[in-house]
Design a protein around this ligand. Structure first.
Ligand SMILES: [Zn+2]
Length: 282
């Protein structure tokens, strides 16, 4: 797993891979250094000039960002007793935002401790994210996204940094594969996909991720915002109704319980496969 994969939440990576990076991203984590590094990795991924394996870490853009001197990546300065970003700084960013990027296609603004900003700078910032004068990316770093004004929050794609290794690429791939197989027309494909559940510890992580995918599909169905989701979430939200999805969550939870109770893994995977297949018709 690369550093990019371990820091940047899976769902955001999926969007970036599909060229659908949201223009305003709110990252939530208690660890400020993790937030900073994640923002930097996102900037690297967006501005990297390599054709593949972005961020490459070697191109001129990657080197400048890592050195903290890329002209199109700006981190807002905080000041004062509470060490927060003040309205004067947001105004300066708004003024700067009208100028074209220096050497890339997109300007990136990183706002540290965005959730600690007073309402007035948040409101000034809101206008900018509502009507950016050109393609730009805003990354808001938050200890708790609820500190953002609701109006600001609703315009951001919110991602939580998990800090555990549940985002491992194999785990995500296996979970996605199961979710996508549920949507297919042959039950055998789902059985093959569920056969990935063989190692107990690994399976618990796969099922945790699968549960997240299903949960995201439920909220996609409610908000109708399927375009902001990864492929598996999108498919599920289109092909399975809300009742089916809720039942699937139950089936996944049951499978996790069976694993905790040391039930034979072949049985766990067979039962889950059958249950998910039946759930989708609800
Ligand atoms: Zn690069």
């Amino acid at each position: 797993m690369t550093e990019f994969e371990s820091f940047v939440p899976y769902r955001l990576r999926a969007l970036m891979d599909e060229d659908r990076t949201p223009h305003a991203i709110a990252l939530e984590c208690a660890d400020k250094n993790a937030l900073k590094r994640c923002a930097e990795l996102i900037a690297l991924r967006v501005l990297c000039k390599s054709d593949k394996d972005k961020p490459c870490g070697e191109c001129s853009a990657c080197i400048k960002i890592s050195g903290g001197n890329h002209p199109d990546v700006y981190t807002a300065k905080s000041e004062g007793k509470r060490n927060t970003v003040k309205i004067s700084e947001i105004r300066a960013i708004c003024a700067d935002s009208v100028y074209k990027p220096n050497e890339s296609d997109c300007k990136i603004y990183i706002i540290p401790e965005a959730d600690k900003m007073e309402p007035s700078p948040q409101n000034a910032f809101l206008k900018l994210i509502e009507e950016p004068p050109q393609p730009m990316l805003f990354i808001l770093l938050c200890e708790n996204v609820l500190g953002l004004l609701q109006t600001v929050r609703s315009r951001c794609a919110v991602f939580r940094l998990s800090g555990d290794d549940s985002d491992g690429i194999e785990i995500c791939a296996a979970a996605e594969n199961i979710a996508l197989s549920v949507c297919k027309s042959r039950e055998a494909e789902l059985m093959y996909a569920c056969a990935a559940l063989n190692d107990r510890q690994q399976s618990l992580k796969i099922l945790k991720r699968l549960g997240e995918i299903v949960r995201e599909a439920v909220s996609c169905g409610i908000t109708g915002k399927a375009q902001d989701c990864g492929a598996a979430v999108k498919e599920l939200s289109l092909k399975v109704g809300k009742r089916g999805l809720l039942k699937m969550q139950e089936s996944i939870l049951n499978a996790r319980r069976h694993i905790d109770r040391n039930v034979n893994m072949t049985l766990v995977s067979t039962v889950l496969s059958e249950n998910l297949w039946n759930d989708k018709y609800l």
